[in-house]
Write a protein that binds this ligand. Structure first.
Ligand code: NAD
Length: 487
């Protein structure tokens, strides 16, 4: 196998393809090719773990568990803070690595690295503020003492769309809580995970506290780890379908689960919205990561009076975007992750058009090497089209017209997903009323971006269980321990 020429230092893909990271050692091997979606060509090959290697990772996490749990919070905090510093020092190289293996445009990759690193800074601060409780029973006869203890060995499974941030949003709180972890990144984007394992080691994370394995057999490998009674937590980010499968698997040993799953975000624009602000927000909510985000605006519901101006403005901005390789500094919209992803988007758009939708801009996959789909705007999309119900995960904005506030809320809630929503209105009373009526875990109110390490990220309905980030994110990796006390 031949690879594209390496870039430099930390951005060199081959540097991070030296094997599985288990117990502070590289366990050499190959077997999983990593492709640059911008060219369709391989850039590296990473090791393919089977059940034996996964169980070796559980052994390593177990061997490190008691020591890490006993490490004073201040010391854990300082190590996490050093990972933040190392990630920040290597930010440009990491951004190149992400752009290379994921295909996202460099500005998006830089944004991701900054966001990802912040989880280490935030949880370095939270590590020293783990809450507890002391109170009297209502009868006044006894006392209640509640401590929070690390839950134990945690399996972290992450998707390819944010190769750094989805991992740090789990590793940060897990380590702050005192847990040791086994990270299984997506096979499409393993290099960033291995690069971060190196940075964590340089920052002083002891061997076995963070282990990283890649595999082409995630089902049996995860099942074997979940069956081991030492494993007490599964934190998963990915599709709702795989999340359901993993919940069923974890049920066998009653392993605690946190699930960050798919989305189908509505983006509501009312007649009284500031048009330019709504267009700015729409571009961020739709086009960050070329639409490959769980929070991506998937359905634009625009009120009758502002509809035509919004469609014209959105189409002009989308058509003006530069599509190209993620690593090209001029690129604003990179490729999709795989050829299959392009085919899925093409199917959703073609089906909508067959049902009467109009293509305002884009609408046809781009020829040539790499996996490109152009920024696309559709209008007159019928509500029964699959594009209104499935995650598009690409740069396509279907716009639907509505008349009344009640109609908009009904349409927004007509989905089994409930991760994110966006509301644009200058009427504060309406904006708050609608935000409360929408069934999602998060609402962007006159904002196209909601992710923040200090805020609780997560969904309701079939978008997930639990929250990451914020002050509660650390508690996903802890169990309350109640002592009933008689003085
Ligand atoms: P995916 O579910 O296909 O894969 C996610 C991870 O699960 C990968 O590491 C994959 O290898 C692994 N996996 C697949 N099958 C498995 C199995 N049987 N057992 C154990 N692990 C298995 O999702 P994807 O295509 O990588 O990512 C896109 C999806 O992730 C979208 O649905 C998106 O909305 C969702 N996502 C959600 C959030 C969130 O915070 N809610 C964030 C990012 C992405």
């Amino acid at each position: 196998m031949t690879f594209d020429a390496p870039l430099r230092d930390y951005a060199d893909p081959t540097l991070h393809a030296q094997g599985l990271w288990i117990g502070g050692q590289w366990l050499h091997g190959g077997g999983i090719p990593v492709t640059n979606p911008s060219t369709g060509r391989p850039i590296a090959e990473v090791a393919d773990a089977g059940v034996a290697e996964a169980m070796a990772a559980v052994d390593a996490a177990d061997a490190a568990a008691a020591g890490w749990r006993a490490t004073p919070p201040r010391q854990r905090s300082e190590i996490l803070r050093r990972i933040f510093t190392r990630m920040t020092e290597e930010a440009e190289a990491l951004a190149h690595l992400i752009a290379l293996e994921n295909g996202k445009a460099l500005p998006d990759a830089r944004g991701e690295v900054a966001y990802a690193a912040e989880f280490f800074r935030w949880y370095s601060e939270e590590a020293t503020r783990i809450p507890g409780e002391f109170r009297r029973t209502p009868s006044g006869s006894h006392n209640i003492l509640v401590d929070h203890e690390p839950i134990g060995i945690s399996i972290l499974i992450t998707p390819w769309n944010f190769p750094a941030a989805m991992a740090t949003r789990k590793i940060g709180p897990a380590l702050a809580a005192g847990c040791t972890v086994i990270l299984k990144p997506a096979s499409e984007t393993p290099l960033t995970a291995y690069a971060m394992a190196r940075l964590a080691e340089e920052a002083g994370v002891p061997p076995g506290v963070i282990n990283v394995i890649t595999t082409t057999r995630p089902g049996p490998v995860t099942a074997a780890m979940l069956a081991d009674p030492r494993v007490r937590k599964l934190s998963f980010t990915g599709s709702t379908g795989v999340g359901r499968t993993l919940l069923a698997e974890a049920a066998k040993t009653v392993v605690s689960c946190s699930m960050e799953l798919g989305g189908n975000a509505p983006f509501l624009v009312f007649d009284d919205a500031d048009l330019n602000a709504a267009l700015d927000g729409a571009m961020v909510a739709k086009m960050r990561n070329a639409g490959e985000a769980c929070t991506a605006a998937n359905r634009f519901y625009v009120q009758d009076g502002i509809h035509d101006a919004f469609v014209a403005g959105l189409a002009a901005r989308m058509a003006a975007m530069t599509v190209g390789p993620g690593t090209d500094p001029a690129t604003q919209c990179g490729p999709m992750i795989t050829a299959k992803a392009v085919q899925k988007i093409d199917r959703l758009v073609s089906d909508a058009v067959a049902r009467g939708a109009c293509v305002v801009t884009g609408g046809v996959p781009l020829d040539g090497e790499g996996f490109y789909y152009p920024p696309t705007v559709l209008e007159n999309v019928p509500q029964d089209a699959p594009i209104a119900h499935e995650e598009i995960f690409g740069p396509v904005a279907p716009v639907y017209r509505f008349q009344t506030e009640a109609e908009a809320i009904t349409l927004a809630n007509a989905t089994e997903y409930g991760l994110a929503a966006y509301v644009y209105s200058t009427d504060l009373t309406r904006a708050l009323r609608v935000s409360k009526a929408i069934e999602t875990g998060m609402v962007g109110l006159n904002r196209g971006l909601m992710s923040d390490p200090a805020a609780p990220f997560g969904g309701v309905k079939q978008s997930g269980l639990g929250r990451e980030g914020g002050v509660t994110g650390i508690l996903e990796f802890m169990e309350p321990k109640y002592l009933a006390i008689d003085f």
